[in-house]
Ligand binder design. Structure first.
Ligand code: BES
Ligand code: MN
Ligand code: ZN
Length: 501
């Protein structure tokens, strides 16, 4: 998709479709539609729709006009943004996405978005929201349909009122393109089925991305994983005929001092459960069990291009989790890279095993001072928070506050869950330092408590994205399928550490 910026009146733009936001400035009893533009022809064009009650400003409501008077666009699409008081860049991102998906469904492949006027946020934030919204909306998961038609958007024009600093707006647009494309990069990976994205293939995809963006990349295979004494990681990988991959990406810009961030991702390219095998029903979804790793790859892809002054490493633990004659068994005891021993209760609690060694590697081999992991870790997190919020855990309040700020900037939702010492009792073992499953109660928390055993004293954030990495029902602004959750927040989180010069 081509993107471009025009600083002039939206009514003067020649385009297939001009998208204009409308909010509701009424109260709960009566809605009063208000078109977010200062341009008279656009306001006039909406008048009749508003008078007839076809346009009220309700969230994501759509109304299309053809060749309205005094406007150069072939069509004008008004899109509702909800209550005026709640209108923010997140709503604008959804408007842009809903408009793009609506137009795509009608085979209209170019659009222009008039940035809203009279709103409380800055034009550069509006640009970021609009561009990311359209990029996210342009992603379709149906890539293996044999009769698939190319439905991608061809061009997006952002129209900003005059009086804006063009340089600032152009850089916001470029930044948004990098962020949106990186989220889609993660979604493409998550969308791939297990047979087409094995651990080694994921390693190749990471390598290609790294070469394109200038990141340092190493992919360690079975021999190196064993040589590093990654007994927890290996215990998951040993049951599969597909070799595991430890993918390591490094970003070290000149002039960065201070913290070294470590992004550790779970990338189980297919999770059968192993010997503690999962029920057949819905098992096909377990191809998305690599979404945490994909999120880290997406974030690194953006970091490499946005070039913040902060050192960042990513460690992605890629493996299948399979039952076989070589698979680990319940009752087995494994020694993790850190030296801690783990009694395997349930081979389906494999994510925490690969992450245990990924976290240790980031800390002890890469010198990471701050750790973040992302994983589709527990069904219990889905039970607790549903598909709206991801779970977030932190052993350090200031890390949590940094991440919360990043969530806000990125417009993603996560809810903090506890890590009280009392939960440690649930992962006690009779034979080893800990068990790998704390049972049904508080399952998202006890999984996080397990990971905590491997971060030592490092400030650490754990993201459980099991409920949010896959969208079961399409929304107006995003297709069903992989969501790309966490990519944008991780990018903002990294930028928050930038060395000030
Ligand atoms: N990959 C699953 C978690 C999951 C569940 C992701 C649903 C996405 C949707 C994970 O490896 C797993 O199987 N966890 C077990 C842990 C249990 C055995 C302690 C679970 O949640 O049931
Ligand atoms: Mn599992
Ligand atoms: Zn899993």
């Amino acid at each position: 998709m081509k993107t471009d910026l025009q600083i002039k009146n939206a009514a003067e733009i020649e385009t297939e479709c001009l998208v204009v936001a409308v909010v509701d400035k009424g109260d709960k009893d009566k809605s009063i539609a208000s078109v977010l533009t200062s341009e008279r022809p656009l306001q006039d064009a909406a008048q009749e729709l508003i008078a007839l009650g076809e346009l009220s400003g309700k969230a994501l409501e759509l109304a299309m006009l053809y060749r309205p008077a005094g406007i150069k666009a072939r069509r004008v699409l008004f899109v509702g943004g909800g209550k005026e008081g709640k209108f923010n860049p997140n709503e604008l991102r959804k408007i842009a996405g809903a408009a793009a998906r609506h137009l795509k469904s009608k085979n209209i492949r170019s659009l222009a978005i008039a940035l809203p006027s009279g709103v409380h946020f800055h034009t550069d934030n509006a640009i970021r929201a609009a561009v990311i919204g359209v990029l996210i909306a342009d992603f379709d998961p149906d890539i293996y349909k044999s009769d698939r038609k190319d439905q991608r958007l061809q061009s997006l024009t952002i129209v900003a009122p005059s009086g804006n600093d063009e340089k600032l707006l152009r850089s916001a647009l470029e930044e948004a393109r990098i962020i949106g494309e990186s989220q889609n990069f993660a979604r493409e990976l998550v969308n791939e089925p297990g047979n087409r994205l094995t651990p080694m293939i994921l390693g190749e995809r990471a390598r290609t991305m790294a070469a394109e963006t200038g990141l340092h990349c190493e992919v360690l295979g079975p021999d190196q994983i064993k040589a590093l004494k990654m007994g927890a990681f290996w215990s998951v990988a040993q049951g599969s005929d597909e070799p595991p991959a430890l993918i390591v990406l490094k970003y070290a810009p000149a002039g960065a001092s201070g913290p070294v961030l470590g992004l550790v991702g779970k990338a189980i390219t297919f999770d059968t459960g192993g010997i503690s095998i999962k029920p057949a029903d819905g098992m096909e979804k377990m191809k998305y069990d690599m979404a945490g790793g994909a999120a880290m790859l997406g974030a690194m892809r953006a970091v490499a291009q946005l070039k913040p002054k902060v050192k960042v490493n990513a460690v992605i633990c890629a493996s299948e989790n399979m039952p076989s004659g070589k698979a680990q068994k319940p009752g087995d005891v494994q020694i993790a890279m850190s030296g801690k021993s783990i009694e395997i209760i349930n081979t389906d609690a494999e994510g925490r095993l690969v992450l245990a060694d990924g976290l240790t590697y980031a800390r002890t081999k890469l010198g990471c001072t701050h750790l973040v992991d992302a994983a589709t870790l527990t069904g219990a997190c889905v039970v607790a928070l549903g598909m709206v919020n991801a779970g977030i855990f932190a052993n350090d309040d200031s890390m949590y506050e940094r991440f919360q700020k990043a969530l806000h900037q990125a417009g993603e939702k996560m809810w903090r869950l506890p890590l009280d010492d009392e939960y440690r009792d649930n992962i006690k073992s009779n034979i080893a330092d800990m068990v790998n499953s704390g049972g049904r109660y508080g399952g998202a928390v006890t999984a996080a408590m397990f990971l905590k055993e491997f971060v030592d004293d490092k400030p650490w954030i754990h993201l459980d994205i099991a409920g949010t990495a896959w969208i079961d029902e399409a929304k107006p602004f995003i297709a069903k399928g992989p969501s790309g959750i966490a990519v944008r927040s991780l990018i903002e989180f990294v930028r928050g550490f930038e060395t000030q010069t």
